[in-house]
Design a protein around this ligand. Structure first.
Ligand code: MLT
Ligand code: ZN
Length: 460
């Protein structure tokens, strides 16, 4: 019955039930999360999303919204009996406003497509991440993505001006104002950012665009300690330079990437840590960067500087995710944490010591956006029955250092058992109240983010 109704709404070609074809929607690309769905529905307009969602609401059928399926915490993977609502056909590039510096586009437009469209007007899309060719605008809003330019422009929420979204009963919310000053009531777009498809389905987004720096310099510096990497950022800033990106990698990560791709380490001798900075300034950036590097020469093992975009240097960092996946004998345990900057050195030392002492069979690789306090803890070769224990142990160490168990990937299915390490009971109660107000029948991605109270779990 429901499938017939959905076929009538979106057309038979866009209701997929063949298990083999559905697999790319029900499995995430890391292979760690595998779900089952009754069907995949691919609407092309907001009206089709609204009618399809209303049909599911009437029948109390759960829906998992999915963009490019590039998430890393299982947040877009459906539970058995659900409908996957793919937003990829909502791919209209509506307007670029070069004066107000905004982009209005469908939720299925990819980050790379948004950036290409902005580039035609001499502007850039402010969010950038390695999965840019597949990650969609709806997806980055749902996860409040950060990425490599967050240190400069803030996360997705900071750049989101408006949304159009379909509520659980099919009603269409349009909070759509290009004004940067508009204080009428609650920040609903901000609430939907990071809600992981549990409060509404985003169909269109209105986001800020950024003005690119006329030129940048990319620095790869070999350093011995996190303190030296942070010192480098600090000195660049005090010198009047702007940090466009600040990434950290370890010798183990760089060696792994170089042996699983055609990337190469530019240094003659590996360094314990590699800080990759992209820097801009209103003046001669190269001269200013070289001056800072020479002032800090005794804190560095080696350094190279290249004019942006310096793709070969960036390749070493951006190939981490794929190479790590390829190298691990089991699906990688991908944890994405943040700690306050002053605690970062101690946190990393405590983490490495605990993993070596308690889980000697695994291979941890750390990398991430260190100036945001964000470290991606990737753990390879984890026997499946150890995955929860190791996750819990890492999160305990994060909590002991006053950090967050999710810096940018979200909670999804992967971390919901540990949400109490990040939010108080009152906070969780309030989030559940918001969830039940916006989704009273609990049909929107019911198995992610919030742990269910026993009474909520009837439909799973
Ligand atoms: C990245 O920054 O490359 C991704 O967010 C991290 C990951 O694969 O863990
Ligand atoms: Zn990241």
């Amino acid at each position: 019955m429901l499938l017939e109704r959905l076929r009538a709404i979106v057309g038979s070609a866009h209701v997929i039930t063949d298990p083999l074809t559905m697999r790319s929607y029900t499995t995430d690309w890391t292979g760690r999360w595998q779900g089952e769905a009754a069907a995949v529905v691919r609407p092309a307009t907001t009206e089709e999303v609204s009618t399809a969602v209303a049909a599911c609401y009437d029948r109390r059928i759960p829906i998992t919204a999915q963009g490019g399926n590039t998430g890393l915490v299982g947040g877009a993977i459906p539970a058995a009996g659900s409908i996957v609502l793919s937003t990829r056909r909502l791919n209209s590039m509506d307007t670029i406003d070069p004066i107000g510096r905004t982009i209005a586009a469908g939720a299925g437009v990819t980050v790379a497509e948004a950036d290409d469209a902005a580039s035609k007007h001499g502007l850039r899309f402010g969010i950038d991440l390695a999965s840019r060719d597949s990650a969609t605008l709806g997806g980055i809003v749902a996860t409040n993505a950060g990425g490599i330019r967050m240190v400069r422009h803030g996360n997705t929420r900071a750049q989101l001006l408006g949304v159009e979204a379909v509520l659980s009963d099919g009603a269409v919310l349009s909070r759509w104002s290009p004004l940067v000053k508009d204080n009428v009531g609650y920040d609903l777009p901000g609430l939907l950012a990071g809600s992981e498809g549990t409060l509404a389905i985003v169909t269109k987004v209105l986001m800020k665009l950024t003005t690119p720096a006329p030129e940048t310099q990319v620095v790869l510096a070999g350093v011995g300690t996190i303190a030296a990497a942070l010192g480098l950022c600090d000195r660049m800033r005090r010198h009047g330079l702007t940090i466009e990106a600040a990434e950290i990698m370890t010798a183990e990560g760089v060696t792994l990437v170089c042996s699983h791709s055609d990337a190469r380490d530019p240094f003659a001798q590996p360094s314990p840590l590699y800080a990759l900075l992209e820097i801009s300034s209103p003046g001669n950036t190269e001269a200013a960067v070289l001056e800072v590097l020479s002032q800090l020469a005794d804190t560095m093992d080696d350094a190279v500087v290249e004019p942006g975009p310096a793709r070969k240097l960036w390749q070493i960092r951006e190939s981490h995710t794929e190479c790590i996946s390829r190298a691990s004998s089991t699906p990688v345990v991908k944890l994405d944490v943040a700690v306050p900057l002053p605690a970062m050195s101690k946190f990393i030392a405590a983490l490495e010591a605990a993993l070596a002492a308690e889980f000697s069979e695994v291979t941890p690789i750390l990398f991430g956006h260190f100036a945001d306090g964000n470290i991606h803890v990737n753990i390879l070769d984890v026997p499946p029955d150890v995955s929860d224990a190791i996750t819990g142990r890492v999160f305990e160490i994060v909590a002991a250092h006053h950090g967050s168990i999710s810096a940018e990937h979200g909670i999804g299915r992967a971390k919901k058992s540990w949400i109490t390490l990040g939010r108080s009971p009152v906070d969780i109660r309030l989030m559940k109240q918001i969830k039940s107000t916006l989704d009273p029948r609990s049909i929107l991605n019911p198995d992610v983010l919030l742990p269910l109270a026993p009474a909520d779990s009837a439909h799973t």
